[in-house]
Ligand binder design. Structure first.
Ligand code: ATP
Ligand code: MG
Length: 320
């Protein structure tokens, strides 16, 4: 296999939060030892319940927030060790597409200005070249040059996400972290945006880290899938392997809740008992053990490492 584009090793992000005005400080272990490898040209998706640390992982990778611990190697270089100028250069290669395109687009700027800004900030091209690139990019994402003169509020949700994607791609990045990019959209529009992302990946040889809680969306877009639970990656595999032969009891439960397109194949729904525990007070041992159907004694005391169950299929489970 080729060299990874991105390698994340033992990533941790802890937040200190106060519970109430008089409350004591608590530490929220939003990300608690995440390992990920992303290869050039692939789409690796991160799935998991709300609050399991998906967005925090994505934000640490782009260094939008400072990780507490761990290594983030982008093209072999630890981005945590970069100085301000080096980080700015690296940012050209790593871009983010947000869940809510409206909140992430400056309402006072025209779409043309929004797309021009990153080129100016990074000092790319002459004014004429920049204009050409902006005009090309708006058409690539399925809008027209006339749209460049309009403001974000004059667009539909799907169109706004197209603008968000154009802004992310205008610098020709290598890695795009897409955090729930279609969650705010109608189902019919979701498919259009997912297909656009796929087309753009082919055209620009992009690598995607795709974050979503929606397993149907993930199935559509991914090459490989990483499942997160309470700040940790618990299983990683090729999409088909993961959807057909999940090993971790958490992945099995998660997938059993997805409607199956083939009615002859009945999948018994596994109901997860209890709520997702708080990352401020995670269970000892395997963090999934209080909700696990197969919990053994060792699970209560020892954290299972993420290890290879079969080639390319990693699982963090004492059974696996
Ligand atoms: N700035 C912050 N300060 C304190 N706690 C935070 C902060 N950001 C996130 N958290 C906490 O960290 C945990 C993980 O949050 P994160 O946003 O990464 O989850 P997520 O998997 O993206 O969830 P969702 O699917 O709802 O977007 C949550 O418990 C959240 O409350
Ligand atoms: Mg999130």
């Amino acid at each position: 296999m080729s060299q990874p584009l991105l390698e994340v090793k033992g990533l941790k992000k802890y937040f200190s939060v106060k519970s109430g005005f008089w409350g004591k400080e608590k530490v929220v272990r939003a990300v608690d030892g995440v390992h990920l490898t992303v290869y050039p040209g692939e789409t690796l998706s991160i799935v998991g319940e709300s609050g399991c640390g998906k967005s925090t992982t994505g934000r640490c990778i782009l260094r939008l927030i400072e990780p507490t611990e761990g290594e983030i190697l982008f093209q072999g270089r630890d981005i945590r060790a970069l100085n301000a100028a080096e980080l700015r250069a690296a940012r050209r290669d790593m871009q983010l597409v947000f869940q809510d395109p409206f909140a992430s687009l400056n309402p006072r700027k025209t779409v043309g200005q929004i797309l021009l800004d990153p080129l100016i900030v990074h000092g790319i091209g002459t004014p004429a070249e920049r204009r050409k690139r902006v005009e090309e990019m708006i058409e690539i994402v399925g809008l027209t040059r006339q749209h460049l003169h309009r403001f974000p509020h004059e667009f539909s949700g799907g169109q706004r996400q197209r603008i968000g994607i154009a802004r992310a791609l205008i610098l020709r990045p290598k890695l795009v972290v897409a955090d729930e990019p279609v969650s705010a959209l109608d189902v019919s529009i979701q498919a259009q945006i997912l297909n656009l992302l796929k087309d753009l990946q082919r055209e620009f040889q992009l690598t995607y880290l795709f974050i979503s809680h929606d397993l149907s969306v993930v199935r559509h877009i991914s090459d490989r899938v990483a499942v997160m639970y309470l700040g940790k990656v618990v299983e990683v595999a090729d999409k088909t392997v993961l959807y057909e032969r999940p090993i971790h009891p958490y992945t099995q439960a998660l997938l059993s809740a997805v409607p199956v397109p083939d009615p002859t194949r009945e999948v018994k729904r596994i109901l997860l008992e209890g709520d997702l525990p708080s990352p401020a007070n995670p269970p000892a041992g395997c963090q999934f053990h209080p909700r696990c159907r197969h919990c053994m004694e060792v699970c209560r005391t020892t954290v299972p490492p993420l290890k290879e169950a079969e080639p390319g299929h990693l699982v963090a489970c004492h059974l696996g």
